[in-house]
Design a protein around this ligand. Sequence first.
Ligand code: SAM
Length: 217
Amino acid sequence: MHEPDYDSLRKIMVEEQLRKRGITDPGVLAAFLSVPRHLFVDADWKTQAYEDRPLPIGAEQTISQPYMAALMTQWLCPSPEHRLLEIGTGSGYQAAVLSLLAHTVFTVERIDVLYHNASKRLTELGYRGITPLLGDGSTGHESGALYDGILVTAGAPEIPEALLAQLKEGGMLVAPVGDRQHQRLIRIRRHRNGFHREEGTPCRFVPLLGAQGWQQP
Ligand code: SAM
């Protein structure tokens, strides 16, 4: 079968789905232009990889809609010296994007097969500075802390206390928070004397399952 021109599809995705909806950070736009999203989905979904929606990645999980991934990235304000933590590796796509914008990315996934697939994919594609980890990311990754930024890519009932504790002063955490069906993006900034909380756009993510997330699948 004739393969689509993925580079052109990716350019259109960045223009139509990201730039036109308010993703303006040049570094974020460049990262989304660079990462080959079609190589982060199963072969059956490859031709749909640049559509404006999440897609299945197996184990009943999804790769997030490009716009949502970009919005979260822009809100996190990553910079080249940053040490980041992502909870919910999934396909590895968001970790690949973050690795182009920061120095170090730790990414935690609870599902074995997704962890293995993403680790292999990120290595084969040559992404550097990423440490994939298998486990319950709702309690963070203590031995890598403190972080300049923490990005949670699964919906939580509340921001896990463990993640707040692993945030550097001046650091930011972005997470979808709400009930099982509907969440809102929340951004927390750590100050010397506490935390500042902002509410962002409504969204819908698969659940964060774990000790400091939802208890039931
Ligand atoms: N960032 C991913 C990507 O770029 O493909 C998409 C993430 S997907 C929307 C959410 C992921 O969070 C799923 O892979 C799910 O297994 C994972 N997850 C849910 N609860 C978790 C937990 N407590 N720790 C680590 N990963 C978790």
